[in-house]
Design a protein around this ligand. Sequence first.
Ligand code: ADP
Ligand code: MG
Length: 266
Amino acid sequence: MKKYTGKTIVVKYGGNAMIDERLKDAVMEDIILLNMLGIKTVLVHGGGPDINKLLKQIGKEAKFVNGLRYTDEETMEVVQMVLAGKVNKDLVARLCARNGKAIGLCGVDAGMIRCEKHAEQDLGLVGDIVDVNTFPVEQALNSGLIPVVATIGADSEGRTYNINADTAAAALAIALGACKLVSLTDIPGLLMDKDDESTLIHEVKISNVPKLVAQGVISGGMLPKIACCVDSIAKGVKEAVIIDGRKEHAILLEMFSDLGNGTLFY
Ligand code: ADP
Ligand code: MG
């Protein structure tokens, strides 16, 4: 525990791991315990499945470009409502119900995440982060609060964008000088064969990542997630781990047992 006291850690809670109420509460219990131990804990969340659900309810057809969602104006409204309104407040309410002093923020608040339209290809209102202002998160942490961050950002004209939650979590971890980035997802970690959970890779040196990408081992949602682990390690975060958010108390197991858990990038 000494290793972490007074340090900052960023936990990214992926939408796909928010599968049931009991599990969500177990994750919240872990976060509260870390906060009680004097570990400055920031929770950054996704919410893809909730966004998809509402889009379906309003009869909105998803549009894809090269397998990536195109975020038009109407979709962006839904993304903002669901992430900053529903998912963020639900997590904050769960934390507060357990006496965790959580405060919900999104990248728009106090200009925390400034972005511009994604440049590489036209995906609509998807943003690339150009600057992170850690002030609101640091103020919260220094007051003993648990910041819960929805990953919406704004550009210099006040237009809002959807930002990949892995990318935002890594950018925050780097800007905060966090000692650790923990990514909770819906799989045990990086698998050599993604359909065989017994092929978990326990540790990956970041210099070996390009080879794993070229071999096709890292694909789909793991690509941005691992790119973010690599980026954060390269920029001073000491450890980045991908762990199974479907396992109760996965965060505590990873941090406080010799066994570790999931895949560690170093
Ligand atoms: P999240 O909501 O946590 O960001 P994603 O669906 O974006 O989740 O990313 C996790 C997914 O990445 C896994 O469920 C899996 O389908 C996919 N994936 C691709 N390659 C691998 C791999 N080698 N090992 C594990 N998962 C992989
Ligand atoms: Mg993802």
